[in-house]
Design a protein around this ligand. Sequence first.
Ligand SMILES: [Zn+2]
Length: 702
Amino acid sequence: MKGEREKAVCSILGVALILSLMCGVCAQASELPWMNDSIAKMEQSLVAKYGDGVRSDARRGMEQVAEFWRSEDGGAADFEAFVDQNFAGDAATHTAMFDRFEGILEKLSGHMNEIGLACRWQTDLDIGPILPVDEIFAGYEPSAHVLDDFFQDKIAFVVLLNFPLTTLEQRLTDGTQWSRRQWAEARLAQRFSKRIPAEVNLEVAKISSQADQYISTYNIWMHHLVDAKGNRLFPAKMRLLSHWNLRDELKADYADAKNGPAKQRMIQKVMERIITQTIPAAVVDNPGVDWNPYTNEVKPAAVKDADAEASLPKDLTNEREPDTRYAMLLGTYKAAKMVDPYSPTAPTLIARRFDEDREIPEARVHDMLVEIVSSPLAPKVAKLIEKRLGRGLEPFDIWYDGFRSKSAYSPEELDRIVSAKYPTPGAFEKDIPNTLTKLGFPADDAARIAQGIAVDPARGSGHAAGATMRGAKAHLRTRVGANGMDYKGFNIAVHELGHNVEQFLSLNDVDHTLLAGVPNTAFTEALAFVFQSNDLMLLGLEPKRDGKAEALKTLNDFWGVYEIAGVSLVDMAVWHWMYDHPEATPAELREAVITIAKDTWNKYYAPVFEKKDVMLLGVYSHMIDSYLYLPDYAIGHLIANQIEAQIRKAGTIGPEFERMAIYGSVAPDLWMNHATGSVVGTKAMLSAAENALSVIKAGGGK
Ligand SMILES: [Zn+2]
């Protein structure tokens, strides 16, 4: 879902991680000429005061401070006085200091998060027109100056003096032996491991907001798509946000025996026009124009289908969108570049994403993705899909959706059931305790968790905005039309609810708020998928799962991972390309993305689909505004599979979900080991898919 994308803002608060300030031990020596002497002098002084036992901690702390101390922070005497006053030389003082930071940072983060929500309220929620000033508010990041302030008044230096910075390698190896308090201390220090100027943070926030805005208004009015004969395949008022809603409509069209394939081909064509930017600029979010995506002909709309104001340019042409998509992507790259100089141990966004945010090395993620896309299971599953479809695969079948029992219900039927059940966001909110009870949460917990979640009407497709202090509410944003929630909206809302429940538990029930959350976004995705995969059960529709239904679900998961792993490889390659071509123009980037998408397809998918040069892997909107977020979905599916296997073993969702979520933000492999008994990997997914394939084959494959 689009919602869980993080804001590209550097913050010490742990609210926003994307260009995060997380750790790595700076190797840079201080350039201040007096520093070494002062450190040696103070080491003697602290040992004299507290005993020889503090020597190594004192030296490490002072060296950490020295890495960030600038001349404007003071001279030798200031440094020495600072160290003398703020070094916690005994255990009681150290604990008091730790408690102070944990308590205050929680409040600070929590209130800043509330301010941020308020500033984005009008642009995030579907509650009326957006004024120009609302967009300025949306770009405002209240915590942008906090890190600067904390370095200026030396609060950051107190942390660096007393708590150890750690490397990814240390966290991956030594971390298995750490206590919970040690983990919390490591997370505390990580928040102060970079010193990024506030003006850089603000600029990044502004650019990110522009990209968000571009993506969140990129709608296609489907009733205005016409074929060569002038037929309109899609119903009136259907307005689909690219790419999420387009892809989901394409999936839903498998249930339309008559027009399904024609609709799907047309959606594929629209996607290709978006990727190549040959889409006429006039048709984007405009119900005033009819468009034939095959010939690219545009005409004034021959039918009126919405109350929305249609804009009809005086001289209507099919002039293409001028590479805005790629200008936005380049903008995010340039924003990331601005942070690079202040992040010496992770000097690219790519390094920050993998070493710091995900805490799984890029090479290992790459290997996992390749294991999936080149799996010998893929052609076998493809054959099964062909058999079920009764035709050869087409490229859009990368989104084949027929392995789910869901396809037994027509989209109209599902929409009707959902809209009757949830006419308003409030109805969905009121039903949360009931929803959670159905998912196996104990009634007390279901009620307590529900109290912590507010449901708001979203402008976008869905979003889960977590709280960051205990007692504050998490917000579930969902798109509800005038006729009530539709099935697509419900499916997304259930996913977002999974995020919100995880957010609630991992904040309120974790032992240290410094460990609030999960190891990285892939984990919150995985837990959200656990909820989402039960959406039909929540509607009372899915028959009791038998072996075959489970097998179908597993094959559906496999096919989903197979698709998103390719999309992730494209996202990763595109970011490498941008770093290799810092002066690229939007047009050059467009060509590069097309080439990368086709190459990835040709290498891994063409042998399965028997068609070359398909560019669909480049359509994801996340690639444009979400800073290399996509691999989290692929890893998330793998993690989800491991977690689901565990939940199946336990025989219930609620209590297992709780046990996992409250473990907090430790290293991914450590978390997974606690949750399931093994580290993160593809094995669970691939062996489940292999089993599922044999179950289905034994049952005849229908
Ligand atoms: Zn999500």
